[in-house]
Ligand binder design. Sequence first.
Ligand SMILES: C[S@@+](CC[C@H](N)C(=O)[O-])C[C@H]1O[C@@H](n2cnc3c(N)ncnc32)[C@H](O)[C@@H]1O
Length: 466
Amino acid sequence: MEDIKLDPHNYRIHGNENKKLISKSLLECGTGRSIVVDRENVIIAGNGVYEKAQELGIKVRVIESDGTELIAIKRTDISTEDEKRKLLALADNRTSDLSEFDFSAIAEDFEIKDLEDWSFDLEDFSFDGVKPDEGGVGSLQSRFIIPPFSIFNTTLGYWQDRKKEWLSLGIKSEEGRDKEITFNISSQPPRVYEARNAIRERTGVDPSWDELIDYCNKHDIPVMEGTSIFDPVLCEICYRWFNISKGKILDPFSGGSVRGIVAAMLGYNYTGVDLRDEQIKANYKNADEVLCRENGSYGTVEWFTGDSCNIDKIVDGCADMIFSCPPYADLEVYSDDPKDLSNMGYEDFLKAYRTIIRKSCDKLNEDRFAVFVVGDVRDKQGFYRNFVSNTIDAFQDAGLHLYNEIILVNMIGSLAMRAGKQFANSRKVGKQHQNVLVFYKGDPKKIKENYLELDFSEYDFTNQND
Ligand SMILES: C[S@@+](CC[C@H](N)C(=O)[O-])C[C@H]1O[C@@H](n2cnc3c(N)ncnc32)[C@H](O)[C@@H]1O
């Protein structure tokens, strides 16, 4: 058999979802279209299919052609009426839909301006044809995990694949947030929380989860399904880009276990503070499970229960990076505790929020970054509170400088169902993004000497200690 080789510079990215479908199609429908190789047997088209066919042990027949005839593959086992024919037609189209272009690989080989004839949307090359540095370490994506631009698009296949890999390690960030209503209705919008209080006032006891859902359904109050989990890929990127090697991370609103576990697995030391003791206990439990199961030399991870307004008294020592995702005012209510920022009116919220930011920044070493993931929220009238600017003000008043602003594009999820009615009634557009604000303390000229040169092109994701 000829020695066929994969194209090392393939313009397609085949994510896990895409590869799974190719295998499914090969198994259920048999082989479809041919692949194309050049004279040296390097694949021109069909890298994904060849890879999967190899794994499944499917043999390859080579038919030589000088490109002047079209080769039709006649499937003698399928007739026009067969169910399998329909399935193969569907699979053939669907598998090519699900792969994406590696735009930076294309930009390395072509002048972007010439690609319009090939029906490319030039916007996709938002990096304007920038090619990797002369060092030739591969595309920007493989060098920096994702291209270092001001949009983090979490909806793309490679982001989602990486997220699945992280979560498959067993991170269960939502564990400390009770689904049952004991003393908090975690991750639910304020109206659900108000509904719980209304029932409690009427009956004198907390409703069961089912009773509450029933009440909300009757009163047209939307209940969020499942709880949000902080994105581990976002953690990974922020730590790797904005922390020094083995640097200490301080997180004044730690929430779930994700930020701590990802930090430890990447060799950083993490200290998180959160008001809710049940969350902290769940975080330790999850960290024990995940970090013990995996072998390797991890950084340390510790969580403290407490009000971060006193973070100066709760946490000893200094930090090399601040990384957190605060409550977005009362968008999600975390507990009944009056010290919980999500329970406060916006003015009190801002006062406490600014104190926590100032005290955390006092703990940050000179020449270091702080990263806050935030999203603006609307007041009761529907106007934006300008929470993103309020966050920027708080950091600037604490002596830091705004260094990068990144838009985090979220999966659309249930937004698609809500946005139509909302827009029609009020002209409010559905919010599909959050803001990743990156601040810097000190002299920016020191960044080059303090922060490692990054290159993840040889990095093996399965070995987190690389
Ligand atoms: C936005 S959440 C973090 C959610 C994040 N997306 C996650 O799951 O990792 C903010 C956290 O701030 C905590 N919090 C609220 N007020 C606090 C305070 N005064 N001190 C410390 N933590 C507080 C809440 O308990 C909640 O877990």
